[in-house]
Design a protein around this ligand. Sequence first.
Ligand code: IFM
Length: 453
Amino acid sequence: MSDSYRFPDGFLWGAATSAYQIEGSPAADGAGRSIWHRFSHTPGNTWLDQTGDVACDHYRRYKEDVALMKEIGLNAYRFSIAWGRVFPQGTGMVNRKGLDFYSRLVDELLRNGVKPNVTLYHWDLPEALDDRGGWLNPDIAEWFGNYAQTMFDALGDRVKMWATLNEPWVVTDGGYLHGGLAPGHANLFEAPVATHNLLRAHGTAVQRFRASSAAADGQIGIVVNLEPKTPASDSPEDIAATKRSDAYMNRQYLEPVFRGRYPSEMKEIFGEAWSDWPDADMRLIRQPIDFLGINYYTRKVERFSAERLPLRIEPVPQEHAWTTQTEWEVYPRALTQLLRGVKESYGDIPLYICENGAAFDDPPKAIDGKVEDPQRVEYYKRHLRAAHDAIRGGVDLRGYFAWSLLDNYEWSGGYSKRFGIVHVDYETQARTIKTSGRYYASVIASNGEVLSK
Ligand code: IFM
């Protein structure tokens, strides 16, 4: 077998961002504020009470950022739409100026040879909808469907790749079960409802897409964050705990989308807080999709723990493991296993890695016009090789998006974690392509060949 790391022709080489994390100007041009605005403006919720008010000022500097994409050689860019820019109240009147921003961004990308890949929901629910119950209100499936349809109609002539939701598990786990993310609820009974309504919204948006002209030559999918789980021992308790953990984080989203049912472990985890959902809902959720987007950062070794409710599991730190600034173990091999596992379980659906990347302790300022980040270079090299190993093993992987294009607002972590392949000086907004960005550029230019060095 050849040991070349050449990727298939037409492979998408991208980078990803999300609206609230980079745009800034949250209320510009008539935009409605999001739950992240409210959450980050509530003292005590984020690192040093930092907010996305300015972030990377991308709303005003998007042309400069597209020029950077071109310089790196990206042929695709994944970004999200802030729902509240388009519908300030979440429903009802469209805000033309907000919509125009995304239309201009799409045009700028296409002019520079970069394919837009749009995510409709990356966590920034309009505040006005949260006031009406947010993801707990069943009407949200229709609200989201209407918003999605507006976007398909407005951009579908130019955007050919759409994702409904980014990481619904994080929305529910952080936003409704533990409360560390907006809207900051910690309620066992709310979490399953939020998950179910997120998935109903996904299904509704896919239906609207199929009925729109965007479907003629466009594709739609969902983006989930998957984390392989390994038991710390052979004990039945640890094995069962790991199965629960896998069900909660991974299969809770994959099973309904692909098979129209939730994993049996959900009842075990949530007890009476888990409902038996109507068959009609499950049929709505199980709409055929064109691709699956996977965000991969780490794996977890876990064991049973009687105290940690509701899951009764705890992570087992791995001695001598290489970890990132977010304390995530760097474990590229699990990416190959994960991609193979998805193929085995759910068939030959085209896959995209929609996020993969790492925070390391980069300096706040460039030094002599440079930002050296050797750990990130190594991280990308190993994960891209792992992705290629999966392709070699028969996985239909069609693209890779580095997280992130820019250092940005890491949610409740504020600006303390830099994930970018481009450094942002938050005082001046100066951008500097890091060594990792240059390395990624060389991978792209050689379509992967340099990974063998
Ligand atoms: O910054 C986040 C992103 O918004 C979603 N996926 C994980 C990233 C790093 O934590």
